[in-house]
Design a protein around this ligand. Structure first.
Ligand SMILES: CSC[C@@H](O)[C@@H](O)C(=O)COP(=O)(O)O
Ligand SMILES: [Zn+2]
Length: 215
């Protein structure tokens, strides 16, 4: 099987799994997987499609500038430049972008601080941080409508071969050395976000009930 076809299958499988989690609401989300370095070529989801649906035209091959390689009717994801930044600035082999309610709420709650920090959480290990007091910082960037600006802002935070960046009131973009690692990081982030929201809610409930008892 050709490398392109192998990668198509890999990305299709990830797409199916993320769809099963309902992480592609309202046609949101885009996925990419590297096919080759020098010159850079990667597969990216076609723009504007319902990514829950499996079709023969889900992905297309693009170059380092995000332009299609070869003739195609398909339009690359509107956010292809973000994936370009990741592959140019790291050795990542796969990058994933999804919008979820949890990642949007977290991005708004912590957006003014420019980051959310997790510590003392087992799932930080998904980022290969094994120390007991490891701290995980996920940057939160402004959701620039101008995609080249959004892409270069995200690029400033691509400092390792795996990572995650939240885009305020938009979604999350993660990357890893391959599809397995990128998906692991995405799932770990979403777990941490859901945990944080549940914790805030539980604390508020506790405060309200002790307040009621004291009155
Ligand atoms: C209507 S979904 C929002 C889109 O603008 C975008 O943020 C997104 O994630 C999907 O865009 P796409 O061009 O299909 O890759
Ligand atoms: Zn998006």
């Amino acid at each position: 099987m050709s490398v392109v076809l192998t990668r198509v299958h890999e990305l299709a499988e990830i797409k199916e799994e993320l769809a099963a989690r309902d992480w592609f609401m309202g046609t949101s989300g885009n996925l990419a997987i590297k096919v080759q370095d020098s010159p850079l070529q990667f597969l990216v989801t076609a723009s504007g499609k319902d990514k829950r649906k499996k079709t023969k035209e889900d992905f297309l091959l693009v170059d380092g500038e995000g332009n299609p390689v070869g003739a195609t009717q398909l339009k690359p994801s509107a956010e292809t430049l973000l994936h370009c930044e990741i592959y140019k600035r790291s050795k990542a082999g796969c990058s994933l972008h999804v919008h979820t309610v949890a990642n949007n709420v977290i991005s708004e709650l912590y957006g003014d601080a420019g980051k959310i920090v997790f510590q003392g959480q087992e799932l930080i290990k998904a980022f290969d941080r094994w120390e007991e007091d490891a701290e995980l910082q996920i940057p939160i960037i402004y959701n620039y409508a101008h995609i080249p600006t959004l892409a270069s802002t995200l690029g400033d935070f691509v400092k390792e071969d795996k990572g995650a960046v939240l885009i305020r009131n938009h979604g999350i973009t993660v990357w890893g050395k391959d599809g397995f690692e990128a998906k692991k990081i995405l799932e770990a982030c979403e777990f941490l976000f859901q945990y944080q929201l549940a914790l805030i809610q539980a604390k508020a409930g506790l405060l309200a009930s002790t307040g009621a008892l004291n009155n």
